[in-house]
Design a protein. Structure first.
Length: 275
């Protein structure tokens, strides 16, 4: 494995400590910089020219990329965009630089949100980006509560984290971070029963109910749209309760004479609806 391969495997931005673990030295890093195959981001860090710009900028500040739009959105997690770069720092990290110029101290005009990591976190912090759980904790500090709950819900629906991992990290943070986790579960449980109550009312009024998950709407919209358009083209949203019962019986016993007749009548309705 070449030096450049090692940097690429680490995500394009890597510390000397990580390179040492992979069998490379500071001398190897200097030679790569001289060859022009990597650039020096700041003391102890190098990056490939193709490395993600936001990660490079976060490391140049003196920390790791974290939080919502800076990190989580790139993983598919829904987040509110506050148009800042979010950087995670050790509790006592100092000598911070501009995200665009290592030789210039950080300035409010740089639009950087700084997040300090509490002591005793209990998870390894290696590389140029925060773990998902830590990024979510930092998000609680800079976004409205409801937006934070939505982001937690999105991350869990994507299987990017688990309740157990979130609880473990939240134990090192303030009560408000644990409250967001608890609120997400409480809200989901309450919403589940409210949704089923609404479904029952709508079915009683003979409405067509199509229940979808967050992931289906956000990541499978083309499929969802085809489903909805097909139902509308069949005029199914205007079917009576009897027509729905007939269709259900036909689906349960597709070979019966009754089912064949139901399908014929449904096809006729489809044609009439299209016209």
């Amino acid at each position: 494995m070449t030096f450049e391969d090692a940097v690429a495997r680490a995500g394009g931005v890597v510390s000397h400590a990580q390179l040492t673990a992979l069998g490379f030295s500071a001398v190897d890093a200097r030679r790569a910089v001289s060859r022009g195959t990597v650039t020096r981001v700041r003391q102890g860090w190098v990056a490939l020219p193709s490395a993600p710009p936001q990660i490079v900028r976060a490391v140049r500040v003196g920390g790791r990329l974290t939080c919502g739009v800076s990190l989580l959105r790139h993983l598919g997690v829904w987040c509110y965009d506050d148009r800042r770069i979010h950087v995670s720092l050790g509790r006592h990290t100092s000598h911070l630089s501009s995200p665009d110029d290592w030789g210039r101290p950080i300035d409010p005009s740089d639009a950087v949100a700084l997040h300090r990591v509490p002591d005793g976190l209990g998870i390894p912090l290696e590389g140029a980006t925060d773990p998902v759980e830590l990024a979510l904790m930092h998000l609680v500090d800079c976004q409205p509560r409801d937006d934070a709950v939505a982001a937690f819900d999105s991350a869990l629906n994507l299987n990017a984290t688990t309740r157990w991992r979130l609880d473990r990290v939240a134990a090192s943070f303030a009560q408000k971070h644990r409250d967001v986790i608890a609120l997400r579960w409480h809200t989901n449980e309450s919403a589940f029963y409210d949704d089923r109550r609404r479904d029952l009312v709508l079915h009683e009024r003979e409405y067509l109910v199509i229940r979808l998950t967050y992931g289906q709407v956000m990541h499978e919209w083309a499929r969802v749209e085809r489903l909805i358009r097909a139902a509308v083209q069949r005029n199914e949203h205007r079917w009576s309760a009897r027509q729905r019962r007939d269709r259900n019986r036909a689906a349960l016993n597709p070979t019966s004479t009754h089912s064949t007749e139901v399908r014929r009548r449904a096809a006729e309705r489809d044609v009439e609806g299209a016209g």
